[in-house]
Design a protein around this ligand. Structure first.
Ligand SMILES: [Zn+2]
Ligand SMILES: [Zn+2]
Length: 345
């Protein structure tokens, strides 16, 4: 089978490997689609503290069960599945609360184990035990659509933490893939007013057709316009979906008193911008972090997709074969597509 292996920082190699054997407590999945993510790009270019080479990246995985270990129950060959990437210990304090994305011993498919940029992957015994394999019940969903469950789950995580209500005005900053997915989740959860701030004119224009109530270019004028639209108060909640350091201060400025800030996307320090955290003090704003997603978040995102509460079909803008992974990651870096998905036939 084909696998793209990361052998060192910046080094992706197309290799031929035997299809992995499926142990008694394991499940073999034939990968059908794997969505490309900024995290893959980060692992490729900057490496990561815990990344051990060689490694197959890819953690937004959909596929078909191709083998079930003799000791495994509850799964059958041929079932269409989403594979949740996080394998938690199940025993630490966070796991016991259901916050398994914060598990002290979490291990991740596409990071600690080989992920989805290969034709077959093995779900290890601890993953099978942790029930990371979600069986898809809606046959109408394509594998590309199913591959959106993981990023959607991350949006469910931040939005549940923000306790969004239908009457809230939500501001999303950044119209990349995660900004749009946050819009779709907010709509599915019943939020009626969702605004967008986007500095790039092309991405702003593209977002106009995707369902925001209003789209603003970043800048002083936009801040004024947002205030005006909210009776001078500012928005109830904000989710910056970009890594720009100055987006955080902008978000705090347009967020109303006691507004909620979802710190969803890691920020790349620019060396100049200082976070204006006293704004949080004066305006009693509430800040919450959201990191990845738990198994429960992935089940809720799967349900929203399966019952038609949200659609992602129109966000599938580029399908590539495994051979073009490097090129696809380059397009993710340049934010050229809404999504790029490796598909297998
Ligand atoms: Zn991802
Ligand atoms: Zn744990």
């Amino acid at each position: 089978m084909k696998a793209v292996v990361l052998t060192g920082p910046g080094q992706l190699e197309m290799t031929e490997r035997p299809i992995p054997a499926c142990g008694d407590h394991e499940v073999l999945v034939r990968v059908m689609a794997c969505n490309l993510c900024k995290t893959d790009l980060k692992c490729l270019t900057m490496g990561q503290r815990d990344l051990v080479y060689p490694r197959v990246l890819g953690h937004e995985i959909s596929g078909v069960i191709a083998g079930v270990g003799a000791a495994v129950t509850g799964y059958q060959e041929g079932q269409r599945v989403h594979v949740h990437p996080g394998i938690a210990c199940g025993a630490c304090a966070y796991c016991k609360k259901g916050d398994d994305n914060l598990c002290d011993h979490v291990r991740i498919m596409g990071f600690n184990y080989d992920g989805g940029f290969q034709e077959y992957l093995v779900v290890p015994a601890e993953g099978v035990r942790g029930q990371i394999i979600n069986i898809i019940e809606n046959d109408a969903l394509s594998f590309e659509e199913i591959s959106f469950i993981e990023p959607l789950s991350c949006c469910v995580n931040v939005q549940e933490k923000l306790k969004l209500a239908p009457d809230d005005t939500l501001l999303i900053i950044g119209a990349g893939r995660m900004g749009i997915l946050n819009l779709r989740v907010a709509r599915a959860l019943g939020v009626r007013k969702v605004l967008l701030l986007e500095s790039d004119p092309e991405r702003a224009a593209r977002a106009e057709t995707l369902g925001f109530d209003a789209v603003f270019a970043t800048g002083q004028e936009a801040e004024g316009a947002i205030k005006e639209l909210t009776d001078g108060q500012g928005v109830d909640a904000v989710i910056p979906c970009c890594a720009a350091a100055d987006a955080m201060n902008l978000a705090l400025r347009v967020l109303k008193k006691q507004g909620r800030f979802g710190h969803f996307s890691g920020i790349i320090p620019d060396g100049a911008t200082q976070p204006e955290i006293n704004t949080i003090h004066y305006k009693e704003q509430i800040m919450t972090g959201a990191y990845g997603c738990s198994i429960a978040h992935s089940r809720r995102a799967k349900a929203l997709l399966e019952n038609g509460s949200l659609i992602v079909k129109d966000l599938i803008t580029e399908r590539i074969p495994l051979e073009e992974l490097r090129h696809g990651l380059e397009r993710v870096r340049q934010l050229e597509t809404l999504s790029t998905i490796v598909v297998f036939d």
